[in-house]
Ligand binder design. Structure first.
Ligand code: BG6
Length: 461
């Protein structure tokens, strides 16, 4: 087992969030609507307690206070995103108020020794782009590259770490194979095209980054779930390979290795699901990232289907999910907790992906009705979160000891944030936000615990 408790020098200790989940001010200072704003206006009952993106922790006005809280906790890095619809409200015209806000926000972090890690897209499609077809329109590749260029030019002197996307698989799956994201389409062929355009937009943004002569680093953030098979039986192993191919390799191989998995291409061809390629496909695919962000929450457990589907309607036509009897659950959110998954991902990146530099860009524990854990002093006694983080960090340390190139750990999230259709149902933060009391921020027990870990750069167990 592990022999060291010490994290590497300059290890990133931080937290992650996104613009649409924290900023609020959704129609202030020239910002145009996103799909979330429009959806909430049309159908508020789709959102938990009808709370929409206009009611977040109001970072747009309170970022200075929040950056001080980061500093109080010893954080040395922080990830958030830029809202495309705020920076370019019509896709073309730069919004100077947005530029001033983001510059000051990022500079405030830098002044306090906190590395800003800035992501370009976290599920928040501008409505003007949605009206042009959103991810289905190949023109989005150019629109996105232009947005990226503006962001790099306006903030590149302050921001040295960029991500093109957060969890692109989520806007593909939830928007085009389900109904949790707009436009709530259910069509595998369209989902594949959307995924393809997303990949091309990623490459185009990386290309622009190199072209503008930046001196920082660029990567992307993927949600990677290790896929475990029920058994060693060949049919379960095959189910595992298919699930891994669609959920992991479909994006990770092109992004990290600049190749497309040939088994995936073959099956898409066989089922007439190949996307229409854009002209620049071959040369764009050569663009390389500098680092990878990995969001890890829970694994995927699969088994062979009883009857193999004759048509490929969605990836899960090729496997069934499997309920592992030894599964440990987060009783407050309903997701599996499997700490070793973080180690398995680390080893996979080391062995199959050239040990590219990477960091945990999200990991965390959502808790519904977390107010039940507030004690008489007003502090959430989130010992379950401390245990969760400690156990994941312990496996992460073991992987680092075995040569993994992991350079940081960001918790989802810093201050409880608004989360899409779930709004404030599940709380994840080191800080609690009080929606009834002027959005007051109160540290949870975990924030004090982590502050000490960061100070020593060492895990106490
Ligand atoms: C992550 C996303 O996967 O899950 C976040 O990147 C999201 O944007 C988080 O808020 C938590 O999701 P939920 O559904 O538990 O609120």
């Amino acid at each position: 087992m592990r022999v060291t408790n010490q994290f590497p020098e300059h290890f990133w200790w931080g937290a992650a969030a996104s613009a649409p989940q924290t900023e609020g001010a959704s129609d202030v200072d020239g910002k145009s609507p996103t799909t979330w704003d429009v959806w909430h206006e049309r159908e508020p009952e789709a959102f938990f307690n009808q709370v929409g993106p206009d009611q977040t922790s109001d970072v747009y006005h309170r970022y200075r206070e929040d950056v001080q809280l980061m500093k109080d906790m010893n954080l040395n890095s922080y990830r958030t995103s830029i809202a495309w619809a705020r920076l370019l409200p019509d896709g073309k015209t730069l919004n100077e108020k947005a530029v001033a806000y983001y510059r000051d926000y990022f500079q405030t972090m830098r002044d306090k020794g906190i590395e800003p890690v800035i992501n370009l897209f976290h599920f928040d499609m501008p409505w003007w782009m949605m009206e042009l077809g959103g991810w289905e329109n190949p023109a989005i590749v150019e629109h996105f590259a232009y947005y990226a260029k503006m962001a790099f030019e306006e903030f590149g002197d302050i921001v040295k770490y960029w991500a093109t996307f957060n969890e692109p698989m989520v806007h593909i799956e939830c928007g085009y194979l389900g109904d949790a994201h707009w436009p709530r389409v259910n069509d595998f062929k369209r989902a594949i095209q959307v995924g393809y355009h997303t990949l091309m937009a990623h490459f185009a943004a990386v290309r622009v980054y190199r072209q503008v002569g930046s001196d920082g680093k660029i990567g992307t953030i993927l949600n990677l779930s290790p896929v475990y098979a029920r058994s060693d039986a060949p049919e379960d192993q095959e189910a595992q390979r298919w699930a891994d191919l669609f959920h992991t390799r479909s994006l990770l191989d092109p992004i990290a290795l600049n190749t497309y998995p040939q088994e995936l291409v073959a099956i898409l061809k066989e089922h007439d699901l190949m996307p229409t390629l854009i002209d620049d496909h071959a040369s764009l695919t050569q663009e390389k990232i500098d680092f990878l962000g990995v969001n890890y929450y829970q694994p995927l457990r699969v088994k062979a289907r009883d009857e193999k589907a004759l048509t490929l309607e969605r990836p899960s036509s090729l496997y069934a999910s499997y309920d592992w009897p030894e599964k440990k659950m987060n009783p407050y959110r309903g997701w599996e907790i499997y700490e070793k998954g973080i180690y398995d991902i680390a080893m996979r990146i080391k062995n199959d992906y050239g040990n590219i530099p990477w960091f945990i860009s999200e990991n965390g524990m959502g808790v519904a009705e977390e107010e039940r854990f507030i004690d008489e002093s007003g502090i959430v006694q989130d010992t379950y979160r401390i245990e969760f983080i400690r156990d994941h960090l312990s496996w992460l340390l073991k992987s680092i000891e075995e040569g993994s190139n992991c350079f940081g750990y960001h918790l989802w999230t810093f201050i409880d944030c608004w989360s899409w259709l779930n709004a404030y149902k599940n709380r994840y933060g080191y800080y609690r936000v009080d929606l009834e009391n002027d959005l007051e921020r109160t540290p949870k027990l975990s924030s004090f615990w982590l502050r000490d870990i960061i100070e020593k750069n060492q895990l106490d167990i």
